[in-house]
Design a protein around this ligand. Sequence first.
Ligand SMILES: [Zn+2]
Ligand SMILES: [Zn+2]
Length: 328
Amino acid sequence: MCAPGGSSYVRHMTCSRIIRMLAFATLLGVGATFGFRDGIVAGVIVFVLVVPFEKLFRRHDQRLRRPGLGTDLAHVVARPVLAPVGLVVAVVVGALSFAWLPGLALRPIVGALPGWARVAAGVALFDLAAYWAHRWSHEVPFLWRFHSVHHSAAHLDWVSGFRVHPADGALLAPPFVLLLGAGFTPATVGALAVVQGVVGLFLHANVRWRLRPLQRVVATPEFHHWHHANDPDAWWTNYSGLLPVWDQVFGTYRVPADRRPQVYGTDTPVPVDLVGQLTWPLRGLPRPGWVLRHPVATARRTATAARRGLGQVWHSTTRRRHPVPVPF
Ligand SMILES: [Zn+2]
Ligand SMILES: [Zn+2]
C-alpha cells in the first residue's frame, strides 16, 4: 500500500504516481550514466550567458520565476531521458524521409565547389531543409501535435527553447540526411545541427534588441519572437532557423516595424506539465499491443495516414501562405 488511509482510488493514484516517478528517476539515471547530459550542461551555460542580458536589456517585464518556468526546467532536467528517445525517432524519420535522394542528386555540384563555397552551400542547404521541416510541422496537423508543445510557452526567455517534444526535434533528421547524401561529412553536418540548436536557444531570450540591420540576414530574437506570437497576423510566418532569406523567398517573412509581439503561446490545448506534454501528442494512436495483434489493419491504417500526410505536405509546399485556421 503506497498511501495509508484514504480511499482505494486515492491509494491507487498515489501508487501509480510513485511508480511513474521511480521509473522517471531510473530513466534519468540511466540516461545520465550513458552520457546524455549535454542538454543539462547547455541549460546551465545558456542561463549564465543569457540571464544577465535579460536583466540589463529586458524586453517584457517578467520575473525570472514566471509562470511555466517549472515545466521548462523539467524539460531541461529530463534531457538525459528525452535525448536518446529523440535519437531513435530521428534515425527512423531520417531513414524514412528519403532525403538522401535529392542529396545524391546535388552531390556532383557540391563536390565541384571550392572549400569556402562548399561550407556556405552546406549552411544554406541545411537551413533550407530545416525551413521546410519547420513549416510542415506547423501546417501538417499530425506534425503540429508535437511542435505545438514548443509553441505552448506563453513566456519566452533563456529556458523556453528547451520546451521541445523529442519527436519534434527529430524533424532535423531529414536535413541531416540530405547533407550526408550531398557528400558532407557527419562531423560537418553534426556541427551545423549543433549551431542551429544553440542559436535556437538564444532566439527565445527576453531581450529587447531589434538588430534591424541584421533582421533580413540572420535570425534574431525579434524575428523568432514574432514566430511565437499568438497573433493572427503572425501565424504561419518566420520559420527559418538561421537565414530569414528562406522566409523572404517563400513569402512567410513577417517582422513589422511599427509594433512588437506581445502575446505568445497557442490556442491548441497543450497540457501544462511535462508528462502531459510528452504523452498528449500520442493520443489516439494505436497501442503497441493492438498493433501486434492486428498487423494487417495497422499496415492499412499506416498507408492511409501516410497518403494523407504526403497530400498535406504537398499542399503546404505548393502554397505561399497556409489558407486555413490553426490546425487541430
Ligand atoms: Zn514553430
Ligand atoms: Zn521557438
